[in-house]
Design a protein around this ligand. Structure first.
Ligand SMILES: NC(=O)c1ccc[n+]([C@@H]2O[C@H](COP(=O)([O-])OP(=O)(O)OC[C@H]3O[C@@H](n4cnc5c(N)ncnc54)[C@H](OP(=O)(O)O)[C@@H]3O)[C@@H](O)[C@H]2O)c1
Length: 282
């Protein structure tokens, strides 16, 4: 298993997503356990956002990380586009830090592009960095044109990642965004990497090719989806799960190294895109 370089750190290539976690009291204990099982097994990246459960997801994460060494973790949160101004971003950030019970984030992302000029958001992010409240910043849901423009702006090259939807059923970004980010040594954070437990309509778990490859590695299709996602060594996949068994399966997927032959078989049913495609969202 190769770690992924991000923001001057090297981290385990599978992280923990937390969308839809923390806001249902009946599921709280199970969700807390799922996150802790992942962290105990070596996961470092935890992805959350002020938007998730209106802060409840960040509060759950703050609780989950209590027994762990802060320096080993890589905490990611996101500011809403409407809060990404010079005035509001510091307030959002302080609230996130309070809920997470920490004094810094490893990475703070602009959740998606909004009405506030990106130059202003960069300035606010850089200020937060100087104050030690964030170690690095990045963006989410930026397409190749957005990224190209961003990198040309003052301090735009400080962008540490772009978090976008990426899975076998949604690999449009392989045409342009992935190569562009690789060229600029910017790692990708892949959301919905297991296609929401195959609920995005792609029927990935029924594909014979994927089932055959799974058998070869004594794995299941979701683990193959994750192994595929992180195959280039520059991607961190952040599957969400409230099930400890699934979390452990996801951790183990980091040790599955698909061969050129496996990848060719996968390409034959899920071909690399040959034209530019709009970014898949949510
Ligand atoms: N930046 C953005 O705009 C954005 C958008 C969407 C998501 N995200 C982030 O990315 C994370 C992941 O994306 P997502 O939650 O949309 O989709 P996802 O991780 O692809 O799918 C989550 C679903 O997959 C199931 N699952 C996970 N691992 C599994 C396994 N090994 N076997 C079987 N089922 C499994 C989970 O159910 P169980 O609980 O039963 O395991 C859950 O229902 C989010 O939680 C969030 O942190 C970011």
């Amino acid at each position: 298993m190769k770690k992924v370089k991000i923001a001057k750190r090297e981290v385990f290539p599978i992280g923990l997503g937390t969308w839809n976690m923390g806001d249902d009291k009946k599921k709280y204990t199970q969700e807390l356990e799922a996150l802790r099982v992942g962290l105990e097994a070596g996961i470092q990246v935890i992805d959350t956002a002020e938007m998730y459960g209106d802060g409840d997801s960040e509060s759950l994460v703050g609780h989950a990380i209590e027994p762990f060494e802060r320096e080993n973790l890589f905490l990611v949160s996101k500011v809403l586009p409407s809060n990404a101004s010079k005035k509001q971003l510091p307030i959002s950030l302080d609230n996130s830090l309070k809920r997470l019970k920490t004094d810094y984030l490893d990475l703070y992302l602009l959740h998606w592009k909004g009405g506030i000029p990106i130059e202003e958001t960069i300035e606010a992010m850089e200020k937060a960095k100087m104050q030690g409240k964030i170690k690095s910043w990045g963006v989410s849901n930026f397409d190749v044109n957005d990224m190209t423009k961003l990198l040309k702006l003052p301090n735009g090259q400080q962008c540490a990642t772009n978090q976008v939807r990426y899975n076998l059923g949604d690999r449009g970004i392989d045409f342009d965004l992935v190569p562009m980010m690789k060229e600029n040594s910017i790692p990708l954070m892949a959301y919905a990497p297991v296609a929401r437990g195959d609920r995005l309509g792609a029927d990935l778990t029924k594909q014979k090719v994927l089932l055959d490859i799974s058998k070869k590695y004594h794995a299941d299709v979701f683990q193959i989806l994750l192994a595929w996602c992180i195959r280039n060594g520059q991607t961190i996949a952040i599957p969400q799960s409230s099930n400890t068994k699934h979390v452990m399966n996801n951790v183990k997927a980091a040790n599955i190294h698909l061969t050129e032959g496996d990848l060719a078989k996968i390409d034959s049913i899920y071909p690399e895109p040959s034209v530019s495609e709009p970014l898949a969202l949510w």
